[in-house]
Write a protein that binds this ligand. Structure first.
Ligand SMILES: [Zn+2]
Length: 254
């Protein structure tokens, strides 16, 4: 892949065309995918526990795989979201070090049982604004939202995409409505950093997508988040072909 433009530390790549069947993977492709997931799952689980999964680099993701499996991942990196009927923006990948800081230990509490969340990272500035916004929510509602997912490296984003493919009947097009391809995710682009919120009782897009919209915390965000520079990325019936995600907000100061 050839770098086309290098601007302020961000590298925009022009991927070659991919040969993957984007409507539904062929059976040989499904076999390859399942073998890859089987190899990566214990490796990712371990990295999730020590908090490094979301910072995963390409080399670490490729390392446990065979050369044909690595070539299969290259096919996904060569996919253009535009060819999938989506209009999601291409942000590119970071070419330099990221200004990320840990969010700190977080736990949800369901029926009195605390469940620790996986470690999360945000750009320094975004963490600061998030904390100020939550202090305001706490003052108004006596509740706050936690960070279920903050920064995610492009390599981890690809892993997530592969992980969710079987849940969408091996359709790349359909999966892309719910999980962005690497380079297309606001989670991997600190200048427009996204946060997936989860409430203190554990209601999130991952666990209870239909319930998140009804939360008073979500209504509070709709009224106040903009004042802090947070914007709902995917409203209902948005034109980008991405599903409605009331839990996914990105930081875009004006
Ligand atoms: Zn998200």
């Amino acid at each position: 892949m050839l770098p086309l433009v290098v601007a302020s530390g961000w590298l925009l790549l022009s991927p070659p065309a991919s040969a993957l069947n984007v409507q539904r993977l062929e059976s040989a492709e499904i076999d390859t995918l399942n073998a890859i997931l089987q190899t990566l799952e214990p490796f990712i689980t371990k990295k999730k526990e020590d908090g490094t999964a979301i910072l995963l680099g390409w080399e670490a993701l490729y390392e446990p795989l065979t050369p044909p499996q690595q070539a299969f991942l290259d096919e996904f990196r060569a996919l253009h979201a535009e060819t999938l009927g989506a209009t999601s923006r291409y942000f590119g990948e970071s070419a330099g070090p990221l200004d990320l800081v840990p969010v700190g230990p977080q736990s949800t509490l369901t029926d009195g049982v605390p469940t620790p969340l996986d470690p999360q990272y945000l750009p320094d500035k975004v963490l600061d604004v998030y904390q100020r916004m939550m202090a305001a929510m706490q003052a108004d509602l006596g509740k706050r939202l936690l960070v279920e997912s903050g920064y995610r490296s492009p390599a981890y984003q690809l892993y997530l995409f592969l992980y969710y493919l079987p849940k969408h009947d091996y359709s790349i097009r359909e999966t892309n409505r719910f999980v962005a391809l690497p380079g297309h995710s606001e989670h991997g682009y600190p200048p427009r950093q996204a946060i997936d919120f989860i409430n203190e009782a554990g209601i999130s897009g991952e666990n209870h997508p239909e319930a998140f919209e009804a939360l008073s915390e979500y209504q509070w965000l709709q009224q106040h988040a903009e004042g802090f520079g947070f914007v709902l990325s995917y409203p209902r019936d948005n034109p980008s072909h991405t599903a409605f995600e009331p839990w996914h907000w990105h930081y875009e100061p004006r």
